[in-house]
Design a protein around this ligand. Structure first.
Ligand code: HEC
Length: 137
């Protein structure tokens, strides 16, 4: 019995250590979490920012939009958008519309952004965190 209690205690310590590690890499402050999601997880930064000829991000123009550098792999498929628009400070979108696009994959009027914009199904909290980050730029 003693060893069972000890095993459970050790397992709990192990679980706590793992949880602490996850929290350390995924920030909880809204703006920091939004940056983490937009830059490292959902890769908004790569499609919505211009690059130099070598493919490096132009650091002074992040999230100001770019022409899509690749075309659809499906020549007979639906049209692809030629450009990813600027999303720095959310020009032209209310926070509500922006959050709706990221949580449902659609605008409030039901229209879907064209490919290759992914149809995200984020949590409201994550979508609001990205909005907070982009508005802070
Ligand atoms: C693979 C490239 C790609 C990625 C990754 C991407 N986007 Fe887009 N996004 C686009 C393109 C292309 C459009 C233009 C779609 C259109 O014109 O219909 C777009 C459109 C949008 C729009 C406007 C939608 C509309 O209806 O006008 C918003 C807002 C947006 N993206 C936000 C984001 C955010 C935030 C992320 C990350 C969570 C993200 N995008 C990730 C390519 C991308």
């Amino acid at each position: 019995m003693k060893s069972l209690v000890l095993t459970i205690a050790l397992l709990s310590v192990g679980a706590f250590a793992v949880q602490a590690e996850v929290i350390a890499t995924a920030p909880t402050d809204a703006v920091a979490r939004g940056e983490y999601l937009a830059v490292s997880v959902a890769q908004c930064i790569q499609c919505h920012s211009p690059h130099d000829r070598d493919g490096n991000l132009l650091r002074d123009q992040l999230f100001t939009g770019q022409a899509m550098p690749f075309t659809s792999p499906y020549p007979d498929g639906p049209r692809w958008a030629p450009r990813a628009p600027a999303i720095k400070r959310l020009p032209g979108w209310s926070t509500e519309e922006f959050v709706n696009i990221l949580t449902t994959g659609k605008r409030l009027n039901g229209r879907r952004p064209e490919s290759p914009m992914p149809q995200f199904r984020m949590s409201t909290q994550d979508a609001e965190a990205i909005a907070a980050y982009l508005k802070s730029l």
